[in-house]
Design a binder for this molecule. Structure first.
Ligand SMILES: [Zn+2]
Ligand SMILES: [Zn+2]
Length: 155
């Protein structure tokens, strides 16, 4: 996922719009294996301040995941906004706050993925009112009723 930014280098301080999409390969984040079901779309603006680029935008991703309650696989849509700075690679060793670039292209992959990972919930739920699996017999309580006695832990 790259954007060409030569125009912004010539016109410091001017905001330029961009739009891009790319189907990322599977990513590993912590214990999770993240696989994308369609291209991640990103749109926003970039501006050059004479030293660094600021890229701001919105992104949308669809990842295949598993419900933490009923274990059913489903596609979870994640939308987020971000704003990151890109500093020319040779200038300084990049720190955690910025991303390096070289030439007149910005490679957005890492910035987009870093922001996406922050948005991914620890436990994904297929729907708000998912009843989950019966802890006693294991049936999916969304589709099957069982006679188990469940001791609900309540406040
Ligand atoms: Zn569920
Ligand atoms: Zn049961």
């Amino acid at each position: 996922m790259r954007i060409r930014v030569a125009n912004a280098i010539r016109q410091t301080g001017e905001l330029f719009p961009f739009e891009t999409a790319e189907l990322f390969s599977d990513q590993v984040y912590g214990e999770r294996n993240i696989s994308f079901t369609e291209p991640v779309t990103v749109s926003g603006t970039y501006v050059y301040d004479g030293k660094a680029f600021t890229v701001s935008g919105k992104a949308e991703a669809s990842i295949s995941t598993e419900c933490a309650r009923c274990t059913k696989p489903f596609v979870e849509r994640i939308a987020f906004s971000f704003s990151e700075r890109f500093v020319k690679g040779e200038d300084e060793a990049s720190d955690d706050e910025t991303y390096p670039y070289s030439g007149d292209e910005l490679l957005l992959d890492k910035a987009v993925l870093d922001n996406l990972f922050l948005e991914i919930p620890i436990a994904s739920i297929c729907r708000e009112d998912c009843k989950g699996l019966c802890p006693v017999c294991g049936v999916d309580r969304n589709t099957t009723t069982c006679d188990c006695t469940i001791e609900e832990a309540e406040g």
